[in-house]
Design a protein around this ligand. Structure first.
Ligand SMILES: [Zn+2]
Length: 306
C-alpha cells in the first residue's frame, strides 16, 4: 500500500538539496571572484607605484605594496570565513535531509498511514521559481537557508511523532501472543489457587512458574518497554515490561537484571538472568501478566512458540 507521505516529501527534500547546492556554488564563485578582484587591484596598484617609485623611493613603494597585499589577504580570509560558515550550515541541512530521508523511507516501509491525519501537502515554500541563482543576493540566500532550517525542523518533528505512533501500533500488534520467557523449559506451577510452597496452606498463585537454572537468559515474551527493573518484596530481582494496550508482564526471582527502565525490548530479547531471589524454593522464572491493573492467567496469551 502506498504511503501518503510518498513522493511529495522526497521531491521537497530533493528541491531543497538543489537550492542548497546551487547556493553554495553561487557563493563559491562569489568568493573566488573577490580575491581575484583584489589581486587585480593589487597588480594595477603595483604597476602604478612602480612608475612613481623611481622618484619617490623604493621604501614608500614597498609599504604600499605590503598594505595592498594585506588588504587582498584580508579580503580572501573574510570570503573564506563566510564560505566556511555557510558550508557548515549546508552540512547541517544535508545531515538533516539525510535523516529525514531515512526516516521517510522507514515510515514508508512501516506504511499504511491514514490520510488527513498529517498535512504533508503543505506547499514546500522553497524550491522552484528561484530563477537565476547567480543574481541571488547573500541576504536572500541566508533567508532561504534559514527558511529551510525551519522547514526541516518542522518536518522532522512531524515525522518523529508519526514514527512514534506507528511504533506504538506495532507494539500493540506484536504484543500477543506471548512467547515463553525461558527457552526449552516447561511449566512447573500453574496460575490460580495452590498450596503455598513455603508455608503450606491455600495461596493464590498470580503467575506461572517456568523451570530454569541460575543464569539462564530470561526473555521478554513480547515487544514492549521496560517499566520496572529492581527489587520487589517477595519477587526478588524483578523486571516488568509494558506492552501497551494496558498489558504488562512481570518476571520474578531473577539473579541479575540486564535492562534499564525505558529500554525498548523485542519479543525474545534477554531482560534478566534467572535465579531464586525473593520468596522462592529454587531457581525458576515466575511470569505474571497484568491487563488494566488485574492479574490474568498468562496461558490465555502464551503461544506454542518457544
Ligand atoms: Zn511463581
Amino acid at each position: 500500500m502506498e504511503s501518503d507521505i510518498g513522493p511529495m516529501r522526497f521531491f521537497d527534500i530533493l528541491n531543497a538539496r538543489h537550492l542548497v547546492s546551487d547556493g553554495i556554488a553561487f557563493l563559491g564563485q562569489h568568493a573566488a571572484r573577490r580575491p581575484a578582484m583584489a589581486l587585480t587591484m593589487f597588480m594595477a596598484g603595483g604597476l602604478a607605484l612602480l612608475g612613481a617609485g623611481a622618484a619617490a623611493g623604493t621604501a614608500l613603494t614597498r609599504d604600499h605594496l605590503q598594505a595592498r597585499a594585506a588588504e587582498a589577504s584580508m579580503s580572501r580570509d573574510q570570503a573564506q570565513r563566510e564560505l566556511d560558515a555557510l558550508a557548515a550550515r549546508v552540512g547541517e541541512l544535508q545531515a538533516q535531509a539525510n535523516r529525514l530521508n531515512a526516516l521517510g523511507e522507514r515510515l514508508t516501509r512501516m506504511g499504511e498511514l491514514k490520510g488527513g491525519e498529517f498535512d504533508f501537502e503543505r506547499p514546500p515554500g522553497v524550491g522552484g521559481g528561484m530563477g537565476d541563482v547567480q543574481s541571488l543576493p547573500r541576504t536572500e540566500l541566508d533567508n532561504s537557508i534559514a527558511a529551510l532550517e525551519r522547514q526541516f525542523a518542522a518536518s522532522g518533528e512531524q515525522l518523529s511523532v508519526i514514527e512514534r505512533l506507528l511504533g506504538e501500533q506495532r507494539l500493540a500488534a506484536n504484543a500477543l501472543p506471548l512467547r515463553a520467557p525461558i527457552r526449552d523449559s516447561y511449566v512447573t506451577s500453574g496460575f490460580g489457587m495452590r498450596v503455598d510452597p513455603l508455608l503450606g496452606g491455600g495461596q493464590f498463585h498470580k503467575g506461572i512458574d517456568f523451570e530454569a537454572d541460575v543464569g539462564d537468559p530470561v526473555l521478554a515474551v513480547a515487544d514492549g518497554v521496560v517499566s520496572f527493573a529492581g527489587e520487589r518484596a517477595g519477587y526478588g530481582g524483578t523486571v516488568e515490561v509494558d506492552h501497551g494496550n494496558g498489558i504488562t508482564t512481570r518476571y520474578a526471582h531473577n539473579s541479575r537484571l540486564v535492562r534499564r527502565v525505558g529500554e525498548l525490548v523485542r519479543a525474545g530479547d534477554e531482560i534478566a538472568k534467572a535465579g531464586s531471589t525473593g520468596r522462592s524454593t529454587g531457581p525458576h522464572v515466575h511470569l505474571e501478566v497484568w491487563q488494566d491493573g488485574r492479574v490474568i492467567d498468562p496461558r490465555r496469551f502464551l503461544s506454542q512458540r518457544g
